[in-house]
Write a protein that binds this ligand. Structure first.
Ligand code: HEC
Length: 175
C-alpha cells in the first residue's frame, strides 16, 4: 500500500517527505506514515481532479469574459454614435433638392421659406415647423413622413428624412 502511494508522497512536498524518512521513529511519525494514505490518496485525487478541471474552467472564464465584453463595448460605438449632422452640409442640400422650388426666395408657399436657416426656424404663416431637439413633434417631419410634402412629387428617400430627424434631435443648430 505504502509503496503504491510512495510516488504520490514525493509530489506532496518536503514536510511529508520528512515524515516518510526512516530517521523518524516516534509514534506520531508512524501514525503520520500509516494513517494518512487513504485520506491522502482521496485528497490527492480531489486535488488532481481540481487541477484537471481548473485549467478548462479558467480558460472558459477567460474566453467567456472576452466574448461577452467585446460585443458590449463594440455595440454602442457602432450603432449609437454618428457624426453630428450639419445644417449647411447635410440639411440645406436636401431642402434645396425637394422643397425650395415652392418654399424658396421666389415662391414662398404659406410664408414658409426653406432656403435659409432663419426662414426654416421662423416657420410658416401658421407658426413654427421645427421643434428644437424633438423631431417627432416637428411639423416639417410630420408633413414629409406622411407624404404630404414635397407636394405632388416623389416622396423623400428615408435616408434623407433620417438626416433631417437627426439634425432636429441634435438641437437644430445653424452648424
Ligand atoms: C410643389 C410645391 C411644393 C413643394 C415642392 C413643397 N411644398 Fe410644402 N407646401 C406647399 C403648399 C402649396 C403648401 C400649403 C398648402 C398645404 O398645406 O397643403 C405647403 C405647406 C407646407 C407645410 C405646412 C406649413 C404649415 O404651417 O401648415 C410644410 C411644413 C411644408 N409645406 C414643408 C415642405 C417641405 C419640407 C418640403 C420639401 C420636402 C415641401 N414642403 C415641398 C407646396 C410645396
Amino acid at each position: 500500500m505504502f509503496d503504491l502511494v510512495e510516488p504520490l508522497w514525493n509530489r506532496f512536498g518536503a514536510s511529508l517527505v520528512v515524515a516518510d524518512s526512516p530517521v523518524t521513529g516516534s509514534d506520531v511519525s508512524t501514525r503520520v506514515r500509516l494513517e494518512p494514505p487513504e485520506g491522502y490518496v482521496r485528497m490527492l485525487l480531489r486535488a488532481e481532479l481540481f487541477s484537471a478541471l481548473a485549467v478548462p474552467i479558467g480558460m472558459g472564464l477567460i474566453l467567456q469574459t472576452s466574448f461577452t465584453d467585446a460585443p458590449a463595448r463594440a455595440t454602442p460605438l457602432a450603432s449609437e454614435v454618428h457624426a453630428a449632422v450639419s445644417f449647411a452640409e447635410d440639411v440645406m442640400p436636401i431642402l434645396e433638392q425637394h422643397c425650395t422650388e415652392c418654399h424658396g426666395p421666389e415662391t414662398v408657399e404659406l410664408g414658409l421659406n426653406l432656403s435659409t436657416y432663419e426662414g426654416l426656424m421662423a416657420g410658416s404663416d401658421y407658426g413654427t415647423v421645427v421643434e428644437r431637439g424633438n423631431a417627432a413633434a416637428s411639423l416639417i417631419i410630420d408633413m414629409i413622413s406622411s407624404g404630404d410634402m414635397p407636394q405632388d412629387k416623389d416622396p423623400m428617400p428615408a435616408e434623407q428624412l433620417e438626416v433631417l430627424r437627426n439634425w432636429i434631435n441634435e438641437g437644430a443648430e445653424n452648424n
